[in-house]
Design a protein around this ligand. Structure first.
Ligand SMILES: Nc1ncnc2c1ncn2[C@@H]1O[C@H](COP(=O)(O)OP(=O)(O)O)[C@@H](O)[C@H]1O
Ligand SMILES: [Mg+2]
Length: 327
C-alpha cells in the first residue's frame, strides 16, 4: 500500500562544496497538492531533480509513488510526470505531433484515446493540427501539462508552472492545476516563488531557503504562526538602525539592500510614529505586509522572496532515460 505519494528522509544533494538540498524530510499524502516555496537558488529544482531520478541523491532516502528513488528509479519514472519551468515544445510540430513524440519517447502503445481526451480537457482539440509556434504561452503550458499526463502518472512534478506568465494566464493555469488534481486524482508537487500561488493552490507547503526547510504546514497554519506586521521602508537619506529601533512598537529591525524591514505589533499604530520620526519627505517608499506567507518567510529568514529567474533544464534527457530503460 502506498502511504505517501512522496516521502523523503534526510534527503541531501551536494554539488561539490555546495549543499543545494540539506537534510530535507517530506511527507506528501496521496492525492494532494504540495508546494515548495522559496527564492531563486533555494534548492527547489534540485529537489525535483533528485525525486525524479534526474540527479543522484548524495545522502538520505526518498520514495515516490511507493518506490525507492535510489534502488527502483525506473519504477518511479514510469509513475511520474514532469513539467519543466521553461516551455519546451517542438515549435515546428503540431500539438498532435508533440503528443506523438512524447508517446515515442516513452514507448507508449495505445496512447491516442488518452491524447484526445487530454486535448479535449485542455481545450486544445480544435488547434491540435496547428503548429505550436502559433500558440499563446498559456496554450503551450497546457500542452506541456497534457504531455506530462499522457502516460497516466500517479505523481506529477511542476517546476514553477506559471513563471513569466501574465496574471490572467496564471489564474487560468491555477484552475487547470486544481482541476487536474481533482479530476485525475493525481498528486502534484509544484515549486514556486510566487507567494499567492502557493497560498491558492497548495494544501501543504514547505518553505525552503538555502536548501533547508524552514517551515512546513498548511498555508493558513503557517500564517497564523506570525503574530506581527512588517513594514518595509526605504528612505532618501541614510537613517541609523538605532533610530528605527527607538520607535515604540518596533520589535525588530533588519536591513535588506537599500531598505529596512521593521517587525511591528500593529502597522496601523506604528505607521504614524514612523512618519513623525522620519520626515515624510525622507521616505522614498513604504510598504505594509499584513500576515501572509510573505511575512512567514520574512519572519523566518529576514528576507523577502525575490523574483526568481530560471535555468535550462534537461527535459529531453529525462524522457530519454525512460526510453532507454524500457529498451
Ligand atoms: N548542476 C549544478 N551544479 C552546481 N550547482 C548547482 C547545479 N544545479 C543547481 N546548483 C546550485 O544549487 C542551488 C540550488 O539550485 P536550484 O535547485 O536550481 O534552486 P531553485 O530551483 O530553488 O531556484 C543553487 O545555488 C544553484 O546554483
Ligand atoms: Mg528552480
Amino acid at each position: 500500500m502506498v502511504e505517501y505519494a512522496i516521502q523523503a528522509d534526510g534527503l541531501t544533494k551536494s554539488y561539490g562544496a555546495l549543499t543545494a538540498v540539506d537534510h530535507v524530510d517530506m511527507r506528501v499524502p496521496d492525492g494532494g497538492i504540495f508546494g515548495l516555496l522559496g527564492p531563486n537558488g533555494a534548492g527547489k529544482t534540485t529537489i525535483i531533480k533528485v525525486l525524479t531520478g534526474l540527479s543522484d541523491i548524495t545522502s538520505g532516502e526518498a520514495s515516490v509513488a511507493g518506490f525507492n528513488v535510489r534502488t527502483e528509479p525506473m519504477r518511479v519514472k514510469e509513475r511520474i510526470g514532469w513539467v519543466a519551468a521553461e516551455v519546451i515544445l517542438d515549435d515546428d510540430f503540431t500539438a498532435w505531433e508533440n503528443l506523438w513524440l512524447q508517446a515515442k519517447l516513452q514507448r507508449l502503445t495505445d496512447w491516442k484515446p488518452r491524447a484526445l481526451e487530454l486535448l479535449r480537457y485542455f481545450n486544445l482539440e480544435d488547434r491540435r493540427k496547428d503548429k505550436v509556434q502559433t500558440y499563446s504561452t498559456g496554450m503551450r503550458k497546457k500542452l506541456e501539462i497534457a504531455l506530462a499526463l499522457l502516460h497516466q502518472p500517479r505523481v506529477i512534478f511542476m517546476d514553477e508552472p506559471t513563471i513569466g506568465l501574465d496574471p490572467g494566464t496564471r489564474r487560468m493555469l491555477w484552475e487547470l492545476i486544481t482541476g487536474v488534481n481533482r479530476e485525475y486524482g493525481i498528486t502534484i508537487l509544484l515549486t514556486s516563488h510566487y507567494i499567492e500561488e502557493a497560498d491558492a493552490l497548495c494544501g501543504q507547503i514547505s518553505i525552503i531557503d538555502h536548501g533547508k526547510f524552514v517551515a512546513s504546514g498548511a498555508p493558513s497554519e503557517l500564517k497564523s504562526r506570525v503574530k506581527a506586521d512588517f513594514i518595509e521602508l526605504e528612505t532618501t537619506e541614510a537613517v541609523d538602525e538605532a533610530r528605527l529601533k527607538a520607535i515604540p512598537g518596533v520589535s525588530e529591525v533588519r536591513s535588506q539592500g537599500k531598505a529596512w524591514i521593521l517587525r511591528v505589533a500593529s502597522a496601523e499604530e506604528v505607521l504614524p510614529r514612523i512618519f513623525q520620526s522620519l520626515k515624510t519627505d525622507g521616505i522614498r517608499r513604504i510598504n505594509v505586509e499584513k500576515p501572509s506567507l510573505e511575512t512567514v518567510f520574512l519572519d523566518l529568514t529576514g528576507k523577502r522572496i525575490d523574483q526568481a529567474g530560471s535555468e535550462i533544464r534537461d527535459y529531453r534527457k529525462f524522457y530519454a532515460s525512460v526510453r532507454r530503460a524500457r529498451g
